[in-house]
Design a protein around this ligand. Structure first.
Ligand code: NAP
Length: 270
């Protein structure tokens, strides 16, 4: 694999026409730099661990710098870094990407995972609840994509994965802000995919169902049991269930996939 600064190497030498150039499960991201927003816990931490396991050097971004640093230190291999970065702040995103590129080299993989909920019924929803969720979940992904895109386009190589939600597909009472932000991510994903495809930069979304993390911990046992009844695979998901799909989309096995939204939801939305 090349040193950072040359091609990010996501495209195999034969351009994949023959297929089967690399077995899944190898260190297929060796030598590449990956940025994971919200990488300090939950799904983002599992994604960071999965990408590190595939050989990537990972930059863990989160609001809380100490948690991000602890997450980066826990990853397999050397060379991972952490930055405190509020993704809703475009200047902070640009600065974080500059820092990452200075210390690790060009960003080949971006995972937009940072997200928040501020649930409320429509008539009670406050302006801040609407804007905070939109500016973090959707604005944050836009800010980060804009910050890494110039380099990816120049190198004609890159993979962007946005973590959306099945709520962006089916909606949910009490989550108008969250559903709108995640549905917006689907539009952003397809537009970025169309705009950057000619430069070999791919952009896909993963839409998780209900995954056991801090975000869903408040659900309670009764609500969790009720949810299970709506999930054909009969269990809530684990962060690792999502992380494996992100690894696949980030890497060379997915070289001919762009603009897709893949639900990882135990069959809930089929
Ligand atoms: P989580 O456990 O609550 O973790 C959220 C992560 O996002 C944390 O690392 C947090 O950083 C970071 N974050 C929040 N606001 C941020 C900001 N403004 N700037 C930078 N980082 C920020 O969430 P999760 O359940 O793992 O969810 C991760 C993603 O998956 C979210 O986009 C969520 O919408 C989506 N998702 C989750 C589920 C689910 O069932 N859990 C289902 C569908 C989709 P700190 O540690 O510093 O606070």
């Amino acid at each position: 694999m090349t040193e950072a600064g040359e091609s990010a190497g996501l495209v195999p030498a034969d351009n994949g026409e023959r297929g089967g150039t690399k077995a899944a499960g190898t260190r297929e991201l060796a030598g590449l730099v990956a940025v994971v927003t919200g990488g300090s816990r939950g799904i983002g931490l599992a994604v960071s661990a999965e990408l590190a396991g595939a050989g990537a050097r990972v930059a863990v971004l989160a609001l809380n710098g100490e948690r991000a640093a602890a997450a980066a230190a826990s990853l397999e291999g050397d060379g991972h870094v952490a930055h405190s970065c509020d993704v809703s702040d475009s200047t902070a995103c640009r600065a974080a990407v500059r820092e990452v590129e200075k210390s690790l080299g060009p960003v080949a993989v971006l995972v937009n995972n940072a997200g928040v909920t501020r649930d409320n019924l429509l008539l009670r929803m406050r302006d801040e609840e609407w804007s905070q969720v939109l500016s973090t979940n959707l604005g944050g992904a836009f800010n980060m994509i804009r910050a890494v895109t110039r380099g990816m386009m120049k190198r004609r190589d890159g993979s962007i994965v946005n973590i959306s939600s099945v709520i962006g597909l089916i909606g949910n009472a009490g989550q108008a802000n969250y559903a709108a932000s995640k549905a917006g991510l689907h539009g952003l994903t397809r537009s970025v995919a169309r705009e950057l495809a000619s430069r070999n930069v791919r952009c896909n979304a993963v839409a998780p169902g209900f995954i056991r993390t801090d975000m869903t911990a408040a659900l309670g046992e009764a609500a969790a049991a009720d949810l299970r009844r709506r999930i054909p695979l009969d269990r809530l998901g684990e962060p690792g269930d999502v992380a494996g799909v992100v690894r696949f989309l980030a890497g060379p096995e997915a070289r001919y996939i762009t603009g897709q939204v893949i639900a990882v939801d135990g069959g809930m939305t089929m």
